[in-house]
Design a protein around this ligand. Structure first.
Ligand code: ADP
Length: 394
């Protein structure tokens, strides 16, 4: 019987899960799926490693499962379908580790309390990440739980990259750039040597372009700067988040437009980005298929902001040896990759159009001064690896 690790990624309206079997020290995904719409119209879907549906269930409109109900359903699913495996631990994605937690952490009630204290730094994500942990302490008290943090990979950035130009007393209270998507960047850093040892040892910018989007400058596979900041709303425009916004805009909205904090929050997190610019959709595929000029403008803006940030991160690195595209848009949209690389010709980037259209992994021309890659990310596997290492002392 193989050992198994379950990875959970709990968000505001969904819980995503993956189950990995541990075979000869290697991790192999055996199930994955999610409970979504847990406060509106819950739906549970689980697939096996071949992508075959193992369980699908839809609840009635208006039936609230909430996090606890969804988790109980998931625990029931796992008990029924993972008899061939011995559960050894659960790994959680936790968005914020603050200044204290810069490595994955085996959890106990006291540590969860300390993570709870970070909720004000990430009020939209942290509470949801933590809620399954407490419930699982009750349901499966003997099963070790591990938290892996989206902030941890950036903890070693130089102070110049981490601080805002504000009085020290406010910085000391925790107002600084943390950067996010760290598990994705860490995964890319872990596999890059297999693709391109020179890139892994050199100056790389990784573009994580999903619904959330950010970029990370890495020197010898260590984060030295990133576009996300104190929160995950900073930096690039995203599906529904605005990205970089003059803080004076927020003051204006409150002072002159009478908006309250929640209204501004909704605006910058849920109503902006590709959705706000286009007025059509937050989804890149929908925008690419639309012939509405607002959709085209939203994509132009997206590419323009990425290109500016690429210049900024290349400056932070003092040059550029490689670029890696990853996540939904980065892995799948050859046209976004082509346009970003076109804007980056001044940095010595030359694309191989055929390789790009084919999806890579190497998509730069042979004479390009900068190697360009499209590499799938795998945050769940990164969490499973950390969890295995912590519980087996590896
Ligand atoms: P999340 O951040 O939720 O994990 P993903 O990494 O799955 O998101 O990225 C979702 C984004 O990827 C969406 O904007 C979606 O339109 C885009 N995407 C997925 N496949 C393609 C594709 N073939 N072409 C263009 N965009 C794509």
């Amino acid at each position: 019987m193989s050992d198994a690790i379950t990875v959970l990624n709990a968000g505001s309206s969904s819980i995503k899960f993956s189950v990995f079997a541990v075979e000869d020290g290697e991790l192999r995904m055996v199930f994955s799926g999610q409970a979504e719409g847990i406060f509106t119209r819950p739906r549970f879907l689980a697939k096996d490693q071949a992508g075959m549906v193992v369980e699908e269930k839809q609840w009635a409109e208006g039936e609230h499962l909430g996090h606890d109900g969804a988790l109980d359903h998931l625990v029931g699913f796992l008990k029924e379908h993972t008899n061939d495996y011995k559960p050894i631990a659960i790994g959680h994605r936790v968005v914020h580790g603050g200044l204290e937690f810069t490595h994955p952490q085996r959890l106990n009630a006291a540590i969860v309390d300390r993570l709870e204290a970070l909720v004000p730094l990430a009020p939209l994500h942290q509470p949801h990440n933590l809620s399954p942990i407490r419930l699982l302490f009750e349901r499966v008290p003997d099963l070790p739980q591990v938290a892996c943090f989206d902030t941890a990979f950036h903890a070693g950035q130089p102070e110049l990259a981490q601080l805002f130009a504000i009085p020290q007393e406010i910085t000391d209270s925790g107002v600084r750039r943390y950067g996010f998507h760290g598990l994705s960047y860490e995964y890319i850093a872990s596999v890059l040597p297999q693709y391109d040892p020179e890139a892994a040892a050199g100056r790389t910018v990784v573009l994580h372009l999903g619904n959330g989007a950010s970029m990370c400058a890495m020197k010898a596979s260590h984060s030295v700067a990133s576009t996300m900041g104190f929160t995950a709303v900073e930096g690039l425009p995203m599906g529904t988040r605005c990205g970089a916004l003059d803080p004076g805009v927020v003051l204006y909205l409150i002072d002159q437009r009478g908006m309250d904090v929640r209204g501004v929050e909704r605006l910058i997190y849920k109503e902006s980005g590709l959705l706000g610019l286009s007025g059509i959709s937050s989804d890149m595929r929908v925008l690419q298929e639309s012939d509405d000029p607002r959709a085209a403008f939203a994509i132009d803006y997206y590419v323009y902001r990425i290109s500016r940030e690429l210049g900024s991160l290349a400056a932070a690195l003092g040059g550029l040896d490689s670029i890696v595209f990853t996540a939904g848009i980065g892995e799948n949209s050859d046209s976004v990759r082509e346009r970003v690389c076109g804007h980056a010709a001044w940095l010595g980037v030359e694309l191989d159009p055929q390789a790009n259209a084919g999806g890579g992994p190497r998509i730069s021309a042979s004479g390009s001064n900068v190697a360009v890659w499209a590499i799938p990310t795998n945050e769940e596997l990164m969490i499973a690896r950390h969890t295995l290492n912590l519980v087996t002392g590896g």
